[in-house]
Design a protein around this ligand. Structure first.
Ligand SMILES: Nc1ncnc2c1ncn2[C@@H]1O[C@H](COP(=O)(O)OP(=O)(O)OP(=O)(O)O)[C@@H](O)[C@H]1O
Ligand SMILES: [Mg+2]
Length: 322
C-alpha cells in the first residue's frame, strides 16, 4: 500500500471554538491507482490533501490511528523530512497556478529550484536542460524560450502545464491534483486531464484527483470517494458509483451532471436543495439528513457508518440496492 489512512480526525482552533472538520476519515491508495475525491465546496477535500502533504496551518489539530506513506508514519515526520518528501515522492498541483507559481522568477528557474532540492546528482546545466525537457514533456511549445518566461506571460492552460512539469520533476509516487482544471475552459480541461493520465501511465504514479465534478472523476479515476461535511459517505469503483450510487447525496450529485437528454439545451440542472452544514453546528445523526429526500427518524438520531467492502456507503436507507 502506498498511502494508508485510518481514522483521521482534523480539528481547527478558532476564535469561536474548535471546529471538527474531518471525522474518522479512512482510505488507502495503491501504487499507480487514481482515487477521485468529490463533494461540494467545504466538505474537506483540500484539507485532507494538506494533511497528507504536512501543510496544515498551526491552528490545526491532526490525529489519526494510521497515516502512513510507504509504511512511514507521517505523523512523526520532522519538518526537514517533510521537505524531502514534498515535491519528491509526494507532489501536489493546485487549482490556481497563479498563486502557486512565483511571479518573480522565470518558470524554468522554478522547476530548476525543485530539482536542486531533490536531485543533488544533477549539475546546474543538467538541471536547466532537464527543466526544458520537462516543459517539452507537458506539451509546451518552444520549451527553451518558454523556460525564460514569467508566469504572467503564459495563458492559464500553459501555467497549469508548468505546474505539472514542476510536480513531476522528481517522478513522484503520488501526485495530488486538487481541482487542477477548475480555472480552465473545457477544451483545455480535457487536454490537461489527458496529459495527467499519460504521465501517470508512463511513470506508474498514483494520483488523488479532487474535483466538484463527478463527470471528470468518472472518466479519470479507478475509484471514487464522495465526501460530505468532512466524512466519506460513499466509496467504490468508479463504474459502480456512477451506475449504482447507494447514497442519496451521490445520487444528487449525479443528477446535477449535464446528461445526454439536456445536452445542448440551456435548461437549469437539478441541484441538491439546501446547504452543507455549518461545521460549528452539525446536525444530529447523518450529516446529510436535513437535505435528504429519503430521510427517516433513525437518520436524525444516530450517525451512520461507512459499510465495509469494495463499495461502501454510510446510510441507513441506501438506494439502488439489489
Ligand atoms: N484554517 C482553517 N481554520 C478553520 N477552519 C478551516 C480551516 N481550513 C478549513 N477549514 C474548515 O474545513 C472545511 C473544509 O475546507 P476545505 O478547504 O477542505 O474544503 P473543500 O472541500 O476543499 O472545498 P472547495 O471545493 O471549496 O475547495 C471548511 O469548510 C472550513 O469549515
Ligand atoms: Mg478545496
Amino acid at each position: 500500500m502506498l498511502l494508508e489512512i485510518d481514522k483521521l480526525n482534523l480539528k481547527f482552533k478558532t476564535s469561536k471554538g474548535i471546529i471538527h472538520a474531518i471525522r474518522d476519515l479512512s482510505f488507502n491508495i495503491s501504487p499507480g491507482e487514481t482515487l477521485g475525491i468529490v463533494g461540494e465546496s467545504g466538505c474537506g477535500k483540500s484539507i485532507t490533501n494538506l494533511a497528507i502533504m504536512g501543510l496544515l496551518p498551526d491552528t490545526a489539530i491532526l490525529e489519526a490511528e494510521t497515516l502512513k506513506f510507504e509504511g512511514r508514519d507521517l505523523l512523526s515526520l520532522k519538518e526537514k523530512e517533510w521537505q524531502k518528501l514534498r515535491g519528491g515522492d509526494i507532489a501536489m498541483i493546485f487549482q490556481d497556478p497563479m498563486t502557486a507559481l512565483n511571479p518573480c522568477f522565470t518558470v524554468g528557474y522554478q522547476i530548476e529550484e525543485t530539482l536542486a532540492l531533490h536531485r543533488k546528482d544533477l549539475t546546474k546545466s543538467q538541471r536547466t536542460e532537464f527543466a526544458i525537457d520537462l516543459l517539452d514533456q507537458v506539451g509546451i511549445p518552444a520549451p527553451k524560450e518558454r523556460s525564460l518566461s514569467y508566469a504572467h506571460e503564459l495563458s492559464g492552460g500553459m501555467s497549469q502545464r508548468v505546474m505539472i512539469a514542476q510536480a513531476i520533476a522528481c517522478n513522484p509516487k503520488l501526485l495530488i491534483a486538487d481541482e487542477p482544471t477548475t480555472a480552465l475552459d473545457v477544451t483545455i480541461q480535457d487536454q490537461i486531464l489527458k496529459l495527467l493520465k499519460t504521465i501517470q501511465e508512463k511513470n506508474k504514479m498514483a494520483m488523488i484527483l479532487v474535483t466538484h465534478d463527478l463527470g471528470v472523476v468518472a472518466e479519470n479515476a479507478d475509484r471514487i470517494q464522495v465526501m460530505y461535511a468532512g466524512e466519506v459517505i460513499e466509496t467504490g469503483p468508479s463504474k459502480e458509483i456512477i451506475n449504482h450510487a447507494h447514497h442519496p447525496y451521490t445520487q444528487g450529485l449525479l443528477n446535477s451532471l449535464p446528461g445526454k437528454s439536456n445536452a445542448g439545451f440551456r435548461t437549469p440542472l437539478p441541484s441538491i436543495a439546501g446547504m452543507v452544514p455549518d461545521l460549528r453546528a452539525r446536525p444530529h445523526g447523518c450529516q446529510f439528513n436535513p437535505r435528504c429526500l429519503y430521510v427517516e427518524d433513525d437518520c436524525k438520531e444516530r450517525m451512520p457508518h461507512l459499510s465495509n467492502g469494495k463499495h461502501g456507503v454510510s446510510c441507513y436507507h441506501p438506494i439502488n440496492i439489489g
